[in-house]
Structure formats: C-alpha cells, structure tokens
Design a protein around this ligand. Sequence first.
Ligand code: DGL
Length: 254
Amino acid sequence: MKIGFFDSGIGGLTVLREAIRQYPHAQYYYYADTAHVPYGKRSETKIKELVSASVDFLVNLEVDMIVLACNTATSVAVRDLRKKIDIPIVGMEPAVKPATELRSVKKKRIVVAATPTTLSAAKLDTLITDLEAKDRIDLLSLQKLVVFAEQSKFDTNAVRNYLSRKLSFISSKKYGSIVLGCTHFIYYKKLIAELLPPAVTIIDGNAGTVSRMLDLLPQPIPTIKLEVHYYESGEEKTLDKMYTYFNWLENQKK
Ligand code: DGL
C-alpha cells in the first residue's frame, strides 16, 4: 500500500504522524511544496496549478491513495482533482461540524481559524450554511503561523505576541470553541490552549482525516513494512526535518 500525502509545506506532517501512529503498515510518500509555501494568500488559480503539479508527482510514484493534508489545497482544488484522478483522494476541511455538535458549549460562538484562502472559499461557506451555523461563527486568519511553522519558530516571543494579539477577543463567556482549520496550526495547539480561557475547546480535523484514510483502505487491510519518503517540491530529502517536526509535536503533549 503506497499512500501519498500532500501539503504546501510541513503542516501536513501533523496528519502523517497520526497516520503512521494508527497504521504503521504502509509506504508513505510525503510531498511538501516548500518552494511555493505559503499557499494561504495565493489566488485560487495559482493554488490549483501548484496542487495539480504536486499531485501528478505523487501519482507518478504510483501511490494508491492521496491524502490532501492541507485545508487550503482541499478547499480550492479537491473537486477538480477527483475528476482528473481515479485513485481515492482524502481531503481536509475545517472541523466545523464537530464544533457545532459539541454539547458542552451548545449556544456559544465558534471561531474558525484558517488561511485567508480557506476562509474565503465557497467550500467553507457552503459547509457553514449547510450546518445552519452562520450566525454562530467568526472567521479568523492566522496566516502568520504558517510562516512561523515553516521557520521552525514554535514558542518564541514573536509567536506568543502574535497569538496573544490575535486570540485576545476570545472570552469564555461568548466563545465555546476554536477550530484549527489549517494543518500548520497544530504545532501551536499547546500555546493556543495556554492563551485561551480553559473553557474554550480546541478542535481540529486530523483524527477525522486519518479515520477517513483508514476507511478507504482495501480489505483485507495490507500490512507491509513501514516506509516513509519525504519530498520537497519534487526532490527527495532525508527524514531529519520530518523528525524535528515530529519531536515538536511530541513535546506538545507534555
Ligand atoms: N497547511 C495548509 C492548510 O492546512 C496551508 C498553509 C499555507 O500554505 O498557507 O491550510
């Protein structure tokens, strides 16, 4: 079983790590489009073009499935990709549904944090409209976190200042949850939790994406030896960088 993972950069490693944890029996091919990250402020046309080229690369490696571990790429490109490619594609979208279903915070407002492209795309608007949640949701761009994450800036003063400023409006009286709708933001989960009132629940779509991936595995589920390959814009690299990011995620739990 060969599974391709795509993200504009290292954000999707947060999903890959969860996939390896739950299913350490595949060959994973991770593709970071580092030459063009961040995607979050690019035009939809440009993102479609970049995602399509990266996905073609993975298809040429003969992967059996692709996980778009990027909300931005999914929101603008997944429909076209599914028309073009005949292997399963798992997309990601901000986990607004679980947020609306949280019983503990039923009436409170929900912050959906993502890149500007994800926030303005029709896909998110349709999702929110279908959930009849329009009047409960506030959209928040945390685009700078993508840049910080790419620079391996995790818990620096600049990151703290940026996040405290951006999250300062979130009071527990008014807000019940925040959805992290960008895979790069997962590196900041612990810091975000520290800066928010404890009653505000942090929700992300990583576990949901991995369970969707597992659902799409053929039966009986293949169990080959784990192998991981890491590419940056078409060039295979060592796994050192990936492990640095995995280690930081491990840190988040302590
Ligand atoms: N990691 C991405 C996401 O989930 C995109 C970040 C970016 O390139 O701006 O949305």
